[in-house]
Design a protein around this ligand. Structure first.
Ligand code: FES
Ligand SMILES: [Fe+2]
Length: 360
């Protein structure tokens, strides 16, 4: 079950310009655009009049124009013009679409989906290296035919490396996972282990040396769908994969990832770095998409756990705590037009009003 009351990555900052763009997230459809001041607005994609798709409309005077009958919506969702009405006729307050808080961070656009007041919202996951000049940053995406919880758990799973990544860095001769301590915080969990992967191939051989005592690897999850994998290749060379695993619907996940490295920082090395990251995802994909059951995060009792699964268990426990707070989204995340009009149950939003109007 997906969770509300978190910030979710919607898209790359660079992908949102002064043209409306439709975004699928949590089984809903949103429309995003950038106004002339550079601010991003996020609204429900569906016009409250007859369900026009606002992302098929256009931006006009920093407002959104519906392509069907031309209703004009401000960035705060209020309809300020109904062309078919006589000029100056009053517009009902209920003629508005739901809007969502937006922030831009790490080159991504984040939407807050939920009903918590600003001060109570869980923060964005931190990524302090992003603003440091000695780190090179690249972006990418990867689509999974799997629920986001399985993708998150895979990203923080340490014991699968020798098996799933045997043809890249995984080392079948060193499958044991040492006892690790976890660092748990309100919305995150982290663990570091020393791995003994096979020596890197290609250019990275010069970083990851033969005499390396091991590779310190730190896996972190941030509720509900962000992970960070930090790999210390030795001599201060570090690589980080920071991933937001976006639930498109109950069965589909889009991982939007940032890879940061503090070695080979010239752009010339970006292609090689990207290929390495995608190779890892493709190796994971073969396993993650064939797990059973592969529909949702299952209660702790229904799968068998061992010591090396401690970080995943911490993730499941925090997930359960969120469900206990009533943050679960009960209905299926079915990304169809009809389901998109259903509410995510955000009481202090005006979505309920918008839904009433669509039923008229
Ligand atoms: S459906 Fe949008 S203006 Fe009629
Ligand atoms: Fe993996």
């Amino acid at each position: 079950m997906a969770l509300k009351n978190f910030w979710y990555v919607a898209d790359l900052s660079s992908a949102i310009i002064n043209k409306p763009k439709r975004i699928n997230l949590l089984g809903r459809d949103f429309v995003l655009y950038r106004n002339t001041k550079g601010q991003v607005a996020a609204l429900s994609n569906w016009c409250v009049h007859r369900g026009g798709s606002l992302s098929h409309g256009w931006v006009e005077d920093d407002c959104l124009r519906c392509p069907y009958h031309g209703w004009k919506y401000r960035a705060d969702g209020v309809c300020i013009e109904i062309p078919a009405n006589r000029a100056g006729a009053p517009i009902a307050k209920r003629a508005r679409v739901k809007t969502y808080p937006v922030q831009e961070k790490y080159g991504w656009i984040w939407l807050f989906l939920g009903d918590l007041p600003t001060a109570e919202r869980p923060p964005h996951p931190p990524l302090p290296e992003f603003d440091k000049p000695d780190w090179r940053v690249i972006y990418g995406e990867f689509l999974w035919d799997a629920p986001y919880t399985r993708v998150v758990e895979n990203a923080i799973d340490i014991a699968h490396t020798p098996f799933v990544h045997a043809t890249s860095f995984g080392n079948r001769d060193e499958p044991q996972v040492e006892n690790y301590d976890m660092h748990l915080a309100a919305w995150s969990g982290s663990a570091s282990v020393m791995l003994k992967p096979r020596r890197s191939k290609g250019l990275w051989r010069y970083i990851h040396r033969k005499d390396s005592p091991g590779v310190k690897t730190t896996a972190t999850f941030f509720m509900p769908n962000v992970t960070r994998l930090e790999v210390d290749l030795g001599n201060g060379a570090q690589m980080i994969i920071f991933g937001s695993h976006k639930p498109i619907d109950d069965y589909t996940t889009l991982t939007q990832w940032i890879q940061l490295r503090n070695f080979f920082t010239h752009p010339w090395f970006d292609g090689d770095a990207k290929r390495r990251t995608l190779k890892i995802f493709r190796e994971d994909q073969k396993v993650v998409e064939t797990l059973n059951p592969n529909r949702a995060l299952h209660p702790l009792a229904t799968e068998f756990h061992v010591r090396s699964d401690a970080l995943a268990i911490a993730y499941r426990k925090l997930n359960q705590q969120c469900l206990n707070r009533g943050w679960g989204i009960n209905q299926p995340l079915n990304n169809s037009v009809d389901s998109s009009r259903r509410t995510i149950s955000m009481p202090n939003s005006d979505q309920s009003k918008a839904s009433e109007l669509t039923k008229v």
